[in-house]
Design a binder for this molecule. Structure first.
Ligand code: SF4
Length: 347
């Protein structure tokens, strides 16, 4: 916890609660066993989005400071262990087999090659290693992935995987292999979901998340800004996350990367301030979660990223590539973090 808090940061913001409700009428303000709210009303969240930008950031920064050292950042590395030709039709994704994006199909990587990448990630300061496979759900190669998880865990890294939909047994097997986090994003609001993905439902997503929780895994779950959604959709997406029985421990907020060949390649630009607002509201609603400034950093100015960190983002993916898209180079990130005085968590 940082002692150098913003002067006059209000202590009543310590748990993301609108104690004096400057953002609008609160609902019952019920606290769960974890001391956090899980009963956010839509009107409250919309009112947060509608705050003057400076007021919203001030408030989000106060919440951030009461739960985290604001000058520490958690660093993850993401590796695509099986790329391309995914049967799902997510309209934003260059790996979908439904679109002609130029991303070819690659077979599942060898275990040793994954471990080599994990060692390099660890040696460059990453604390978590995420393995992503473009699958609807794991199939015949699942045992190989379990060996990858075991190997990465043995390197002393936190482990995360994103492999599509899981059944209860698969979630348990991943837990037994040493998986810490499972990533499964809800992507957008329940109302907007069907216009982005038709090959699975919003409820399918929630069911996998239930299996993940029941297996004792930590949840990494967030969404994407820039899918043609309204501000109301963003509020509903965050409401879904914040009102889960337990908040996801990790909340990635992605900015759409407009991949050529996908149906969203010409999606409207997102105002950077609207993106920062989404980060800030996520921080207020889920004060104890790591909010990850995830895909899309390559297209952001340093100043936009700095505003995101001020608004409460405290996790990033480092490394030149995300699954198939570009990401700032480690040198670029080192320079930015140095200029901002941000240090990796645990360093
Ligand atoms: S986002 Fe994931 S599930 Fe959707 S098409 Fe891409 S790889 Fe498949």
């Amino acid at each position: 916890m940082d002692s150098g808090s913003i002067p006059n940061a209000r202590p009543d913001q310590s748990e993301g609660a609108p104690a004096s409700h400057p953002a609008g009428p609160a609902s019952s303000d019920r606290r769960a066993a974890d001391g956090l709210r899980h009963d956010w009303g839509l009107a409250e969240i919309e009112a947060l989005f509608a705050l003057p930008f400076n007021d919203l950031l001030y408030r989000a920064a106060g919440v951030h400071r009461s739960h985290f050292d604001p000058n520490r950042i958690q660093i993850s590395r993401l590796l695509s262990i099986k790329t391309g030709k995914c049967p799902e039709d997510c309209k934003y994704c260059p790996q979908s087999a439904h679109y002609d994006t130029g991303v070819g199909k690659e077979e599942l990587m060898e275990v040793e090659a994954v471990l080599e990448a994990a060692r390099a990630a660890r040696d460059s300061g990453a604390s978590r290693f995420c393995m992503g496979a473009a699958w609807k759900s794991p199939g015949k190669d699942f045992d190989v992935v379990l060996r990858m998880v075991e190997g990465v865990k043995a390197l002393g890294l936190e482990t995360c995987a994103t492999l599509g939909m899981l059944n209860a047994r698969q979630a348990e097997q991943l837990k037994s292999a040493g998986l810490d986090y499972y990533n499964h994003n809800i992507d957008t609001s329940p109302e907007h979901y069907d216009s982005i993905i038709t090959t699975r439902t919003f409820d399918d997503r929630l069911q996998t998340l239930d299996h993940v929780r029941e297996a004792g895994l930590k949840v990494c779950c967030g969404g994407i800004v820039g899918l043609g959604e309204t501000r109301d959709d963003r509020a509903r997406m965050l409401q879904t996350l914040a009102n889960m029985e337990r908040h996801p421990e990790s909340v990635p907020i992605n900015l759409l990367i407009k991949a050529p060949g996908t149906p969203l390649e010409n999606a409207p630009e997102v105002d950077p301030f609207d993106f920062v607002r989404t980060i800030a509201v996520a921080r207020i609603l889920m004060p104890a979660s790591h909010v990850r400034l995830s895909a899309g950093r390559q297209a952001m100015s340093d100043e936009t990223q700095a505003l995101c960190f001020l608004a409460g983002a405290n996790s990033v993916f480092c490394g030149e590539r995300l699954l198939t898209t570009a990401n700032p180079s480690p040198d670029t990130d080192r320079s930015l973090f140095g200029r901002l005085g941000l240090k990796p968590e645990g360093a």
